[in-house]
Design a protein around this ligand. Structure first.
Ligand SMILES: [Zn+2]
Ligand SMILES: [Zn+2]
Length: 95
């Protein structure tokens, strides 16, 4: 028992009468754990599942911060945080 399916996307962004979607550029805004980010591919360590609430650029980074079921501080993994609060590799962006 107690299977929890986490579905962050709530509601529908579709508004009848206004079709302003740009082909190929789809911004999906996610909000969880008091954070907000864009992109469904981000890996969020949800506090509701015992995580630290951080948002990582991809699942590989998420995996690297999670060792033996415990969350590590992303700063100890040489990651940098964007203005949006997403942790990236330092190779992608320095400063
Ligand atoms: Zn969350
Ligand atoms: Zn975590």
């Amino acid at each position: 028992m107690g299977m929890t399916a986490v579905t962050p996307a709530r509601g529908s962004p579709e508004l009848s009468g206004s079709a302003r979607t740009l082909p190929g550029v789809q911004l999906v805004r996610m909000t969880c754990c008091g954070r907000e980010w864009v992109g469904p591919d981000r890996a969020h360590c949800c506090a509701r599942t015992g995580g630290c609430g951080q948002v990582f650029d991809d699942a590989v980074l998420w995996d690297s911060h999670r060792k033996a079921g415990h969350c590590l501080d992303p700063r100890t993994l040489d990651l940098v945080q964007t203005r949006n609060g997403i942790w990236l590799r330092t190779l992608d962006q320095a400063g």
